[in-house]
Structures are given as C-alpha cells and as structure tokens.
Design a protein around this ligand. Structure first.
Ligand SMILES: [Zn+2]
Length: 438
C-alpha cells in the first residue's frame, strides 16, 4: 500500500508537471463551485437527536439521516486564547470565513482588529459569483463574517453599510443575499435597499418573488430581523426555497460560485432551550442538504462543506437519570411554543387551544402549570410550554449559552476528503482558500 501511494503521488506529480508547468499546485483542483453551510449551534447532540426525531418507530432499524450520510470528521471551535475556550458565533464564523482565530464578538477581523479577507471575498476577486442564504437577518454574525469587517457583531448598521459600500475589483462582495433584516436596510439615516435597487439589484420582500428572479444580483429581505421560526413560517422549508433560488442564479457564472448557507436559528432554539423549534430548524436544513445532494450529483465539480460554529444549550438526549428520549410529542406542533403562548388571550386561558396546537392532550397537572404561567405573562407561558415539552420528551439542557464541544464536519462532492478527521475550524477556511487557488 505504501508503494502504491508513493507511485500514485509520483504519477500525480508527473501529470502535474507535464500539464501545468506554470500553474501553482493549488490551482490543480476540480472544484468549481463551493457551498459552505453553517448549522449555527448545531453540536453533535443536534444531529443525533434529529436522527431519533425522524426515526420511523414502525421499523426495527433507525433510519440514516443526511447528516449521518455525509459526516467526515469534527472540528475544534475554540476562539483566540484571549476569549478562552468557548466561542461565540462571531469568532467562530471569522475562523470559518478567514482562517484566523479571533476574540469573541469580532467580525472578519483578527485579534489585533485587522480586517482579514474571507473566502467569499477571495472567490469574488477571482470572478466567481457569490451569495449568502440565511434564516437570521443577513447582517447577523455568521454571514457578516464573510462580507464585512467590524470590531463588534453589534454594529449591525455598519455591517449592512459595508454590504453596499465595499467593492472587490469594482464588484459588490455578494451577488445574492437572502434572509431577514429589513430594519437594518430600510433605515431613516440610509435606505440601503433603495441603493441596492438603484445599483441594479432586484429587491424581494416576499418568498413568492424567489420564483421570479430575473437579475443576477438579488437582495431578498423577508422579515424585519430574523425569519419566523420554521414552525411558524408560511414556508417551513424556507432555507431550502431560498437555496434553490440562489443556486439557480449563481450557476449562470461559467467561473463558478461560492455560496454561504446558514441555518441560523438552530442556535436560537438552543439558547431558548426549545427542542421542538430546534428539530424543525434541523428539518429545514436536512431538506436543504438533501436537495444539494441532487445538485452535486448533476454538478460533480461542486464541493459542499458543512459544520457548526459551536454547540448551543448543552442539549442532552435524555435527562433526569432516566434512560429515555421520546420525541413523539414534538412531531405534531402547529406553531412554536413562543407563538402558542403569544396567541393566548391575555385575560382568558384556553388550555384546549394549547393542546390542539401542541398536538397532544394535556394532563390536569400540566394545565395547572400552564395556567399559572399564563397568569404571569406570555414569556412565562412560553418557558412553561418549552419545559413541559422537555419533561414529555425527557430532553435536557445545561445552559442558555454555548458549549465548547467539537463541531461535526460534513462534506460531499469534489475534494470532500480534505476535510476529514479531527481538524480545527480555521482549517476549513484554509483548505477552501487552497481549493480556490490562493
Ligand atoms: Zn448563539
């Protein structure tokens, strides 16, 4: 085997020398399109939980998920040492986008607050089309780290301004931007959506518009800030819908494209300790990635890499000293716990309505707990519903924040093996830069 590998390497070297004497070795890759996916907060417990959530109990086997099918390794996620071991989304996204470890809160900047080029920006500099598709506001930490450079993730307006103001060889950094965030782009001091329209971008504010894209450059803002929870959205598979629309446009460039996709709200469900919302967000991501498998089958020079920036909530699949996790009770919700609580009349408590929306009948003890929470306010009722679901499913949480457990790494398509094994989150950017020829 050693000899075979050596011969293979020698052959590759000879082939390379004969066919491309002037090009650098990095340019000898078969990758034309790169799709980077971030499942925000999607630590390993989330992909495992999703497998059991989707398991068909009528069969003895536990069916494989798309996440099982494409797993290649895992990545450490710690930020620069000044921020300890537990990363936030900004530092992790900057590691994934630039290859630099930085402090928590930094967007596209290193520890010395120096801007660092992102893989998306480099892709644009070599004339690829570029895009971002997210379920948060499009200027939230993860997409911002691919498209802007600021000291703090809280600088939402500055980030939005940079989306318009920064140019790469005279071009906008991103050709397609889909997600939420109207309040940051339609402001009193600056109307960025107007500026983008005047510059030739098609502006969309309804999902229906995604099927009528007629411009290579699109700004689609479908909510004031983040999109509704998948459980509440008119389009429960909105990430998939936006992804298909984006790739349809980006594919028109013969030089290829770089697309960042983020399932942003897995993290938000983790912070809220809401397992029902988390699984619905995972379901949207699962459909998106399954669709991408068919795209890559038809475009084999495409690479898809997916990871999480960190895990959120300290999710455990089983809790309270019991060997049990029973997700059946989160399969039939007609709305998120937050919306179910908000839809309760402020004066009268309607337990039957809650039961209908949850998809299971409530015991008198459960009704009593919810009634007491309702008497406080809708926030208390939201928390009570989430906790009731935790008890029903025996789901555990250890924190409302992030944890430093390694993130799973997934890849398929061209050059996928470059991401296998135990790596660091910065390696993902470094390898993408190499594949792009930097
Ligand atoms: Zn978070």
């Amino acid at each position: 085997m050693i000899i075979n590998n050596y011969q293979g390497a020698l052959l590759a070297l000879l082939t390379f020398t004969l066919t491309a004497p002037c090009a650098s070795a990095q340019q000898q890759t078969s990758v034309k399109n790169i799709i980077m996916i971030v499942g925000d907060g999607m630590g390993p417990a989330y992909t495992s939980a999703y497998r059991y959530f989707r398991d068909n109990a009528a069969t003895p086997d536990i069916e494989q998920t798309v996440f099982d099918r494409i797993l290649v390794g895992r990545a450490s996620t710690s930020p620069a040492s000044i921020s300890g071991y537990v990363t936030d989304s900004a530092a992790a996204a900057t590691a994934l986008s630039t290859g630099y470890k930085t402090y928590n809160g930094a967007i596209g900047m290193d520890v010395n607050k120096q801007p660092q080029q992102s893989v998306l920006e480099f892709a644009k500099s070599i004339n690829k089309s570029t895009g971002i598709v997210v379920t948060s506001q499009i200027n939230h930490a993860t997409p911002a780290s691919y498209l802007s450079h600021v000291k703090s993730r809280d600088m939402y307006n500055d980030i939005a301004d940079q989306y318009f103001d920064r140019r790469i060889n005279g071009h906008f950094s991103a050709d397609i931007m889909l997600g939420g965030g109207k309040v940051y782009f339609n402001r009193d001091d600056r109307d960025l959506s107007n500026e983008f329209s005047a510059a030739g971008f098609q502006y969309l504010d309804k999902y229906q518009g995604l099927s009528q894209i007629n411009s290579p450059q699109v700004l689609g803002l479908f909510a004031d800030k983040g999109l509704p929870w998948a459980l509440d959205d008119e389009q429960s598979q909105r990430l998939k819908t936006m992804t298909i629309a984006a790739i349809r446009q980006l594919s028109n460039n013969k030089n290829g494209f770089f697309l960042l996709i983020e399932a942003s709200q897995i993290d938000w469900a983790g912070h809220a300790n809401d397992i029902a919302a988390a699984m619905a967000e995972m379901d949207d991501l699962s459909s998106t990635v399954t669709w991408l498998e068919t795209f890559v089958a038809s475009q084999p020079n495409t690479l898809v890499v997916m990871t999480a920036d960190h895990s959120t909530g300290g999710l455990t699949i089983g809790a309270n000293d019991k060997y049990q996790w029973t997700p059946d009770n989160i399969k039939n919700l007609s709305a998120s716990p937050e919306t179910i609580a908000n839809q309760q009349n402020t004066t009268d408590f309607d337990g039957q309505q809650i039961s209908q929306q949850l998809g299971f009948s409530l015991t008198s003890d459960e009704l009593k707990i919810l009634r007491q929470a309702h008497a406080i306010d809708s926030q208390a009722l939201t928390v009570a519903i989430r906790q009731l679901i935790d008890v029903r499913t025996n789901t555990g949480w250890t924190t409302k924040a992030h944890t430093a457990v390694d993130a799973p790494v997934f890849a398929f398509g061209a050059e996928k093996e470059r991401f296998s094994g135990q790596i660091d989150n910065t390696d993902i950017a470094k390898t993408i830069f190499k594949l792009l020829g930097k």
